[in-house]
Design a protein around this ligand. Structure first.
Ligand SMILES: Nc1ncnc2c1ncn2[C@@H]1O[C@H](COP(=O)(O)OP(=O)(O)OP(=O)(O)O)[C@@H](O)[C@H]1O
Length: 579
């Protein structure tokens, strides 16, 4: 149970304390009407047996007490309600932020192993389950147990055999509940996996909606999604079908107590050892006590399911973060020593040793898929190498705090991501606290100011998620403006000029020139002519460095670079034909 409470509170079980105390208090207050009802029956019954009229003053007194109880109950319920619901929602809001912060600190390799839809589902769906568990299931379970325990103790003083008869079948119900634990855990995990899978597929469907439309794939024909929904449906039916009988059996066993008590009561009354008033009192308590017990039991099944969501969150919170606490040195040359790295299968970088001197421009060239982007990601410590070392300013990057390291590096990706926000804020992400003037200055240097001013609301124009409302070249220039604003001494630039039209290409090239000025720059050059003047050109093939030098030297050697150069020059003249 301790583990379950830890899971359901995402590792903070103490947060439940306040709401539990309030819940217990409010259920204790709820016992009062039992006592009053029994007393009313007693007065009426006594008068009836004596053949006289009931004591009306006493009855009115009890009515007043009942009214007073209503006020006290209201006063106890309000803080209980607040404690349960407000605490639950604020705890899960805090938990979501903690989880998002955790994700930021995890190595990128972790995300390659997990579907993004899975993580979204965890942040939204799993926390929603925990919210409901904390705000509804735990209080109802506790309340459902408090009342019967107090009733049992109280009734034991009154008539022990009747009290025992009322609760004798409770352990059997609890045993059924326990016996279903393993089955429920197994089915809950499967159900949750199926739910996540269905969520992932719908996300994939939405992300790929353009391809789906272009290929005329209707929802039904999009087989992966349909089969995920079918799987989810099957698991939902399976869990209900398997656990339903356990729940019904446990409820029936618990309620069996009422039957046993009535049978015993009738038997004792006939034998003359039980007075009718006690019997009626037991009936009153009996009919009231089983409802909260049944609710507690049903809530326990849902609660146990929710703990699976909590366990998933806890597992993620325990994932090792990227290590290192040191400050990045002032010097900012980068050196790779015998670096080997892969994404899990075959190595993508093989024994790479390279130096990127401070203040120099180094170009990475090579066929598609040879590992250029991967090399940059390893340099920026998005990943740690499997063997070898990456030195930043002479210090092993593994010992540096990844956040401090990233303050020294600007990374301009080929596939620019813009947030669903204004153009201004998308640029301002480059540096916290940047002023409007600084944002505009960066945009001007990145050749983005003019097109931004042509947008409907200028810098305040919203861009779609991923930047879908802007062209490729415009997005590139915004990301370059972001990097200019960040003003880091090292720039890693995955050039995207290959896919741009000539006008955009010239603008992006001018923006790039502004960015590289006076910095240590590593650029992936898809068009070799853009980096002819680089201080060093590194030629890569199948994860290895096969050559390096200046443009003229490499051409002279007649190796891979010379072949790529010839190929690109030939392709400049190609055109589509209708033949
Ligand atoms: N996140 C990833 N998980 C698994 N494999 C990956 C991942 N990213 C890249 N790869 C693989 O690593 C290899 C090198 O990819 P990389 O993007 O570094 O090449 P590149 O030289 O930059 O290619 P391009 O010039 O086409 O951008 C490829 O085979 C690619 O499929």
């Amino acid at each position: 149970m301790k583990d379950m409470l830890r899971a359901v509170t995402a590792g903070h079980p103490k947060k439940l304390r306040k709401s539990l105390w309030y819940t217990i208090l409010s259920y204790l207050v709820n016992i009062v009407p039992f006592g009053i009802s029994i007393e009313v029956v007693h007065i009426v019954f006594a008068a009836w047996s004596a053949g006289g009229a009931p004591d009306m003053a006493k009855l009115w007194g009890l009515c007043a007490l009942l009214f007073g109880w209503l006020i006290v109950m209201y006063a106890a319920e309000v803080p209980a309600y607040r404690a349960c619901y407000r605490d639950a929602y604020s705890a899960s809001a805090r938990g979501r932020v903690e989880l998002a912060e955790k994700l930021r600190k995890l190595p990128l390799g972790y995300f390659a192993r997990r579907d993004p839809g899975d993580l979204v589902n965890m942040i939204m769906g799993d926390f929603l389950l925990l919210e409901t568990a904390i705000s509804h299931q735990v209080p109802q379970m506790v309340g459902g147990l408090v009342l019967p325990v107090i009733a049992f103790v109280g009734l034991c003083f009154w008539n022990p055999p009747m009290a025992i008869a009322m609760f004798v079948s409770l352990p059997a119900g609890a045993l059924v509940l326990l016996l279903s634990t393993r089955l429920q855990n197994r089915l809950s995990q499967k159900h949750m996996r199926a739910k996540i899978d269905a969520g992932n597929r719908i996300q994939e469907y939405m992300n790929g909606i353009r391809v789906i439309k272009a290929c005329n794939l209707t929802g039904e024909r999009f087989a992966r999604m349909e089969s995920a929904f079918q799987g989810f449906m099957r698991e939902s039916i399976r869990i209900e079908a398997a656990l339903g009988p356990f729940a019904m059996l446990a409820i029936s066993l618990i309620r069996l107590g009422l039957t046993l008590m009535i049978v015993l009561g009738v038997h004792l009354m006939i034998g003359g050892t039980l007075d009718p008033l006690t019997f009626v009192a037991f009936l009153i308590v009996g009919t009231r006590v089983y409802d909260p017990l049944t609710a507690a039991l049903l809530n326990f099944f849902v609660f146990r399911y929710s703990t699976q969501a909590g366990k998933r969150i806890l597992r993620l919170m325990e994932e090792p973060e990227m290590s290192g606490e040191g400050d990045a040195p002032e010097r900012h040359d980068i050196e790779l020593k015998n670096v080997t790295f892969g994404y899990g299968g075959e190595p993508v970088l093989r024994d790479v040793s390279l130096t990127f001197p401070q203040g120099k421009l180094t170009a990475l060239v090579g066929p598609s898929g040879c590992g250029k982007t991967t090399l940059m990601k390893v340099m920026a410590r998005f990943y740690d190498p499997q063997s070898g070392t990456v030195l930043f300013g002479g210090a092993d990057e593994r010992g540096l705090d990844p956040e401090k390291l990233m303050r020294r590096i600007s990374f301009v990706f080929q596939d620019v991501y813009l947030f669903r926000d204004t153009v201004r804020n998308n640029i301002a992400f480059g540096r916290e606290g940047a002023t409007e003037a600084e944002v505009e200055e960066a945009a001007k240097r990145a050749c983005a100011h003019d097109f931004i001013m042509r947008l409907p609301q200028g810098y305040d124009t919203m861009v779609g998620e991923g930047g879908s409302t802007l062209s490729g070249g415009e997005k590139q220039r915004i990301s370059i403006a972001r990097a200019l604003l960040k003003n880091a001494p090292v720039v890693l630039l995955d050039e995207a000029t290959a896919s741009l039209d000539p006008e955009n290409e010239v603008e992006v090239q001018r923006a790039v020139n502004a960015l590289v000025e006076g910095r240590t720059v590593v650029v992936i050059a898809h068009k070799l002519r853009t980096t002819q003047n680089a201080d060093n050109i590194v030629v890569m093939e199948a994860g290895r460095v096969v050559d390096q030098g200046r443009h003229a030297e490499l051409l002279e050697r007649g190796g891979l670079y010379a072949r790529l150069w010839t190929l690109q020059n030939e392709s400049v003249g190609w055109s589509l034909t209708g033949d």
